[in-house]
Design a binder for this molecule. Structure first.
Ligand code: XMP
Length: 319
């Protein structure tokens, strides 16, 4: 007679048993997995847990504030919000190769996280939102113990370096079960049902070099796109939807003048697991209306295109 509420209690008991009176730190990404892990662990051991949210300055519009507010104000979980955006953007300046960008972000993430953990006086345990598919995948790839796959959140090596043990309460669960557990824990549906978001954030949605100005333009376009998707009731039918700011300027007309501004590509896909994907078939009126809003409201964009590539041969992200 398996229920999520019984599972929740069982996990809480297990966490208490593992951790005892030790101190736990958890890196929050703003995603569902690390959030559910943090709320569950907090319920088990209260303020023995501290969360660290490394803000790389590559999140979407208002996203960091939403994460911080939810954890601090709604769940009363001790949270360190590290604004490391200048460090990240500084080191990313002039870099346009996708893998180089990922490596820089991954390295800085670990550096910043480690420094903050040290400031907190260290901890006995590191909490991670590792899921069952991550465990399987990493075992089959490396033959070794679990490491999380996603390069950005991979703090592999960190627990050993800092002499910490891992707490991974979601190791037996699949994504849909994590969502159910999150709801059981009182995390709002709007948060639980969010589309996946890549660790390197908007850095890989801004092909070529990244500047604060470009990120700002991209954030505004993306927010309008998602707003239209939500308002039209399509958000939950889509696996991921986002805007990409292309490093291409085109000529346009606006009023009496000629414009020369960036092109924005819109992407939306359906998928089961992200491994394969089909482009989402929007109605043309929806696309036209959204394009008009973006061009009228966002300075710096004068043309919008829709990506009709499925995966394979394309990937979901552009980089
Ligand atoms: P692709 O673009 O490879 O993406 O079809 C498949 C899924 O993975 C996400 N993605 C990433 N997630 N770090 C992450 O944490 C990354 O570097 C990264 N690259 C892609 C992508 O958003 C999609 O959900």
């Amino acid at each position: 007679n398996w229920t999520m509420s019984a599972y929740r209690q069982k996990m809480i008991d297990k966490i208490r048993e593992q951790v005892g009176s030790g101190r736990v730190i958890c890196g929050l990404s703003g995603g569902v997995d690390s959030s559910v892990a943090a709320v569950l662990i907090h319920e088990a051991i209260g303020d023995q847990l501290t969360c660290i949210y490394v803000d790389h300055g590559l999140m979407r519009l208002n996203e960091s504030e939403q994460v911080v507010t939810m954890f601090r104000d709604q769940f009363n979980i001790p949270l360190v919000h590290v604004d490391a955006s200048r460090k990240f953007l500084g080191e990313l300046e002039g870099q346009s190769d996708p893998e180089t960008k990922r490596k820089i972000i991954g390295r800085l993430f670990i550096e910043v996280f480690e420094e903050e953990a040290r400031k907190l006086g260290g901890a006995d345990f590191l909490a991670q939102g590792t899921l069952y598919p991550d465990v399987i995948e990493s075992v089959s790839f490396t033959g070794g113990p679990s490491v999380t796959i996603k390069s950005h959140h991979n703090v592999g090596g960190l627990p050993e370096r800092m002499n910490m043990q891992l707490v991974e309460p979601l190791r037996e669960l699949f994504k849909d079960e994590v969502r159910a557990l999150g709801r059981e824990l009182g995390i709002p549906d709007s948060f639980i049902g969010r589309h996946p978001f890549p660790g390197p954030g908007l850095a890989i949605r801004c092909p070529g070099g990244i500047t604060p100005e470009k990120l700002d333009i991209l954030r505004q376009a993306d927010a309008i796109y998602l707003d239209e998707i939500r308002k039209s009731g399509q958000y939950d039918k889509i696996w991921q939807a986002f805007a990409v700011l292309l490093p291409v300027q085109t000529v346009g007309v606006m009023g009496d003048g000629r414009t020369y501004e960036f092109v924005c590509a819109l992407r939306a896909v359906t998928s089961v697991d992200g491994m394969t994907a089909d482009f989402y078939q929007f109605d043309m009126n929806f696309l036209g209306k959204t394009a008009t809003r973006i061009i009228n409201e966002v300075r710096g964009i004068n043309r919008v295109v829709y990506d009709v590539t499925s995966k394979p041969p394309g990937t979901i992200e552009w980089e």
